[in-house]
Design a protein around this ligand. Sequence first.
Ligand SMILES: Nc1nc2c(ncn2[C@@H]2O[C@H](COP(=O)(O)OP(=O)(O)OP(=O)(O)O)[C@@H](O)[C@H]2O)c(=O)[nH]1
Ligand SMILES: [Mg+2]
Length: 438
Amino acid sequence: QYEEKEDHVIGNLSKVMMVYYNLFFFFCVPKAELQIAEAIALVNTLQNWTVLDKIIIPTKNPDKKFVFGKGNFQVLTEKIKKLPRVTAVFLNVERISSLTKKELEDAWGVKVFDRYTIVLHIFRCNARTKEAKLQIALAEIPLLRSNLKNEVSQLDQQRGGSRYIMGSGETFMETQNRILKEKELKIRNALEKLRRKRSLLRNQRRKREFPIISVMGYTNCGKTTLIKALTGEAGLQPRDQLFATLDITAHAGYLPSHMAVIYVDTIGFLTDLPHNLVESFSATLEEVAYSDLIVHVRDITHPETILQKATVLSVLKNLNIPSHLLDSMVEVHNKVDLIERYKPTEENAVAISALHGHGLEELKEEIEKKILTVTGKKILTVNIHLEGAQLSWLYKEATVQEVEVMPEDGTARVKVIISNSAFGKYKNLFPNSTIFMP
Ligand SMILES: Nc1nc2c(ncn2[C@@H]2O[C@H](COP(=O)(O)OP(=O)(O)OP(=O)(O)O)[C@@H](O)[C@H]2O)c(=O)[nH]1
Ligand SMILES: [Mg+2]
């Protein structure tokens, strides 16, 4: 079984972050005005860190040894030296090589982080379940591997040539690589076990025929707040933070016709989310492919709301979500309490305030309409004899909405929501029953 150890890279990093003070300094790639707000939000999500200064300068390909041109590097070095309170520099690029990181750290005398490290760290702080922790550990492996390469090349420079571990026939690099591979395999196996357990749970839910609704959207758009409002579950904790939710959780709620449904809270999306992270979390998102409906929540007050929508749709496409789920998606415009007299430009979008509970009834109606269509459920009225077994059968196999008793002839009109399969059974069991289609 995989056990979390304290000594891996981000473990150390978190300590470093605690030890250093509330200072942070960061800069971005060109045309990055738009990304600055998000980068600041990322840093502010980390406890005890604040942004001290920011600068936009052109960067070269982050895979290259030098991230900037010589001139820019000097400008930057001087700027950092003039700000003695800076304790770290955040480069808002997806990844920098461990060699570049080391060189920059040596030149500036402060820690250097990239987007991957920061997002991974936020994930680590917010992971609650074993699964989320395992997925993060998996996403860390490439980081450990590139650090190892760097370490070995330094060792080689110091001692000249590769070293063999006494008697093993393996070089230091080979041994470490083998250990990493074993670690990766253990994590993958543990994740696979959890995945099998989840698919079992999924089958159980299917048997009971609860429709499943996945609530998705950009990070911080209000997914958890919405589910809390729709289900009244007090335990849910929305937070003004990026990636507050890392675990997929299920919550029961009711639609206007009293149909019970399950809302699934999911991890939020981010533009340029390091793809290793997406890969390790995609297993969790597989769940979404099995839902009956996707609700796409948008923070309509965010200056980049259109870009955010594009990001979410493109991630969904890459996750191989079945096209019928994409076509039937319900788009929700959230946080309208912050905009006076908001009117959606998109057709069919439902405007709500999850926080203040506005528009929720309309949203539930829309969800119900879609759920009935996609699950092939019907709402219909049947005439039953009160002394027969029909009523108790309907209570067990369908959702009874209304019972109107006619005492004079011992019958009742029952309004039910019923699946196609249950309806077929009903007709076989009670062939003489009168059915009124809507
Ligand atoms: N004004 C306003 N704020 C809202 C509304 N809905 C959510 N928020 C706020 O937005 C912030 C994020 O809400 P969450 O529900 O945690 O967002 P999320 O989409 O689950 O975020 P992650 O799990 O981090 O991806 C919180 O501070 C909420 O109070 C709304 O309708 N109006
Ligand atoms: Mg959330």
